[in-house]
Design a binder for this molecule. Structure first.
Ligand SMILES: Nc1nc2c(ncn2[C@@H]2O[C@H](COP(=O)(O)OP(=O)(O)OP(=O)(O)O)[C@@H](O)[C@H]2O)c(=O)[nH]1
Length: 309
């Protein structure tokens, strides 16, 4: 079966999807850099190249930089190896894949040793005398910055939440909160609000970011994101959704797929319609519910392990 090879943007512009306050966020982050020993950038492993805020590298590169590709549970181990090779080609070698939701936190346990190694490998400038290590956690919205901080606290301090976690992008609103995550060695992190590049000019990048939940769904439209997700799944021949929703076959028609999802999940709405034989009651699939369900399932890994880049 032939599927779409390109996604139709339907004339939509991406710029309006990015909240204005985020430009101020970078300035605030930059202003705190003097008191920081290392920058930890958290990004979504499903989009290892797209959507990273270039300002994190350009503006904060005066400090050692560690890239954490989080939500690694949502991609395959083979893809992780491939991504490491691709990043190494761009001279980016300080990279760790993390899964902050995993109970034992095996991957997150690598973070403190890696941070210490990086700090020891570079001059601390005027912070030479400072007893504790100060780490700034940066990243675009909803990639798991707060989850990482909470996991670090659990591992190293046996303590619970220090930072709010949410499925909606933009949960961390306060500008820069200092949180202790380890006593030996003493490490504090600065939690920062998610900051997106002020303008993303490539439509495809905007859609990848939206599919991973880093942009508020309603700004883009859930049906549009669901259509992009369907396009991606078909393009990479990942047909797990067919089995998951008991569809008769794979399809590139989002409305057909959403209709099946709604019917499969028993989500139809009664509507009255006036016909030639009088008023009749019809059952209309709840397309909004279906689009939301399709995205939610993908984001929680139920539709397979997919790298969007
Ligand atoms: N599958 C998976 N989900 C994760 C992981 N880490 C975080 N999440 C989920 O991703 C969502 C966002 O997590 P947060 O920790 O609030 O992200 P954040 O970057 O602090 O978000 P902002 O406050 O918007 O900047 C939540 O629903 C988390 O449960 C992970 O490693 N794997």
């Amino acid at each position: 079966m032939a599927f779409r090879t390109a996604f139709n943007s339907r004339g939509r512009s991406v710029n309006s999807w990015f909240p204005r306050h985020m430009a101020r966020g970078v300035l605030a982050i930059k202003g705190k850099l003097r008191n920081v020993d290392c920058v930890v950038e958290v990004h979504d492993a499903r989009i290892p190249h797209s959507g990273r805020n270039p300002l994190f590298k350009e503006e904060l590169d005066v400090r050692p930089h560690l890239l954490l590709l989080n939500k690694a549970d949502l991609i395959s181990v083979d893809d992780q190896h491939k991504i490491l090779d691709e990043l190494a080609e761009k001279s980016e070698t300080n990279v760790i894949f993390t899964d902050c939701l995993q109970q034992e936190h095996h991957s997150v346990k690598q973070v403190v040793p890696a941070v210490c190694k990086l700090i020891h490998s570079a001059p601390r400038h005027h912070r030479e005398e400072a007893y504790d290590y100060s780490v700034m956690v940066v990243g675009i919205p909803n990639v798991g910055k707060s989850s990482l901080i909470n996991a670090l606290r659990r591992i190293n301090l046996n303590k619970g939440k220090g930072s709010l976690v949410g499925a909606t992008p933009g949960i961390t609103k306060s500008v820069l909160t200092r949180i202790r995550v380890c006593d030996d060695p003493p490490i504090s992190v600065l939690d920062t609000p998610g900051v997106m590049k002020p303008q993303i000019d490539i439509f495809d990048v905007g859609m990848k970011l939206a599919t991973c939940g880093t942009i508020l769904d309603h700004l883009v439209g859930e049906d549009m994101i669901a259509d992009y997700l369907l396009f991606v799944l078909n393009k990479c021949r990942n047909f797990k959704y067919v089995e998951h929703y008991d569809l008769p076959a794979a399809s590139d028609d989002i409305w057909l797929v959403l209709k099946h999802i709604a019917v499969h999940m028993g989500k139809t709405q009664k509507v009255k319609a006036l016909t030639g034989v009088g008023k009749i009651t019809m059952h209309r699939p709840d397309y909004n519910f279906a689009a939301n369900e399709f995205l939610r399932s993908f984001r929680s890994g139920l539709l397979g392990k997919v790298v969007l880049d």
